[in-house]
Design a protein around this ligand. Sequence first.
Ligand code: PDD
Length: 283
Amino acid sequence: MTWVLWNDRLVKDADIQLSKEDRGYQFGDGIYEVIRVYNGSMFTATEHIDRFYESADKIKIVIPYTKDVFHKMIYDLIEANEVTSGQVYIQITRGATPRQHQFPTNTVEAVLTAYTKELQRPVSEMTNGVSVKTVEDIRWLRCDIKSLNLLGSVLAKQEAYEDGCFEALLHRGDSITEGSSTNMYGIKDGVLYTHPATNLILNGITRRVILACCEEIGLPVVEEPMSLASVFLNEEFFMSSTTSEIIPVIMINGRKLGKGLPGDWTQKLQIAFEAKINQAVYA
Ligand code: PDD
């Protein structure tokens, strides 16, 4: 049987009851997280939970549990579903109330839901690399919040998929920001470039682990926006996320980047990243 977390209770999937006037459903008024599970253990759970609380705080949703209690609730969900290699999706909305744009004035309880699924690592993409399509970044100006409002990302990803690409490479004018659901990195002359963690990107948890790996393997990092016009000057390019880990980008808009193969630094980072997973979940 599959269990779902509904507020503070584990219930059967069929028993969950959500209102048509839930503000998440009507306004995208909520936030979410995705945490990877390897070998039955959450990877970087504390960082994801911290970001969940930060995102909630930024849109003034109060999560009615301490972080420790919340961590335990997610842990219990994973245990109940006996997840081995998979992910947990968690979201909280401002709650259900008669439709009005402004926050409800009465005490409306936030609605928490979380569920798990089995998921294998994207080994083929990580090994062989993927293509991306450049798409103008039309999202809002608070991309640092992991908001349920994902229409800008959905449209970008769809445009990339329709062109046979794995991901959209988003840019605001000439400035590359990130992917529709990933962070983006270029490597040029032995230096890694990635957009700084401002309001224009989500500061990925995977990104943070990667920046620590860069230090370990002696790859200098410059956090500044990359220019779209000179994107082909990069010798290597890759993307990252909780579910993608580190995936080399070998083609942009149908044109090969460098030799059209995963780069050496990217592969070194993949090894360093995998070591971090192993340390955390198999130690
Ligand atoms: N996406 N940028 C955006 C816009 C994202 O949506 C994500 C994550 C990332 C990478 O963040 P992290 O390394 O913490 O996963 C960057 C998740 C996985 C999703 O929407 O499914």
